[in-house]
Design a protein around this ligand. Sequence first.
Ligand code: ATP
Length: 319
Amino acid sequence: GGLVVSFGEMLVDFVPTVAGVSLAEAPAFLKAPGGAPANVSIAVARLGGEAAFVGKLGDDEFGRMLAAILRDNAVDDGAVVFDAGARTALAFVTLRADGEREFMFYRNPSADMLLTADELNVDVIKRAAVFHYGSISLIAEPCRSAHLRAMEIAKEAGALLSYDPNPREALWSSREEARIKILSIWDQADIVKVSESEVEFLTGIDSVEDDVVMKLWRPTFKLLLVTLGGQGCKYYARDFRGVVPSYKIQQVDTTGAGDAFVGALLRKIVQDPSSLQDQEKLEEAIKFANACGAITTTRKGAIPSLPTEIEVLQLMENA
Ligand code: ATP
């Protein structure tokens, strides 16, 4: 039990058929459904959890394809709305030689940016045990206001708010604008997950020492997580903190690892909310999330790589 509702963007990533080329050099592209909040909802459902996605798609073939992917993965798409006038967002994504991802977005504006507060499915949001979101949906109106309203509705109804900010700098007018807007909803969250590079982006300090991470802590938080790739994850709760190492795997493609990690953690938290107050239970939940993230890196793409609960438990047992 315990519904996880994810809010935000779902889009089609186009990924080169061959590795290590620039977008210009890519001979062809494969369609890969994505969008971090949508990935999280599918991660939860794949692990056997109850999940719903709230967002807007274009009333076009790609939009209908994405809604069908949610349904095929047992994610409730009843709160997905379609825009008759705008296209489903597209992103061309490639992994550069230095390992960094390069994005080229088609959002001018795309349907996801046009979700209005009036279009929110209040019933679904009110049923959330956890309401999860990122920061892409904060960039442009009217979606920004819809996002803020959805957070209010969820919080009023008693949901835990989970935030995974994502500084896609190319989508903001400046780096500073991104930082300020990402931090503008910081204090409302109960659970926040950042990566090492996001700690640097937000604090200006290239370190994940406790004193640096604690600059991002708020007294109202229940949990702050810093994912460390292959090193696992640091966690900060009200009364305890620590590091949980990840599992040894053969990494192929990290796309979706962070979303898999979040989905798995939220799945564990809705199953047993007392995990947030109990260090032993929390570490167990983080181990599960690390294993889920680790497995996702062993396969190409985000959604096709998300593991089932059995696969996650197998990796944990065999470690
Ligand atoms: P994304 O690449 O999706 O933006 P992220 O940067 O938020 O993700 P990472 O820190 O790369 O997230 O990975 C999330 C989690 O997945 C890690 O905390 C870890 O548990 C697991 N993970 C990622 N890479 C590896 C790896 N090479 N080996 C083991 N576990 C990994």
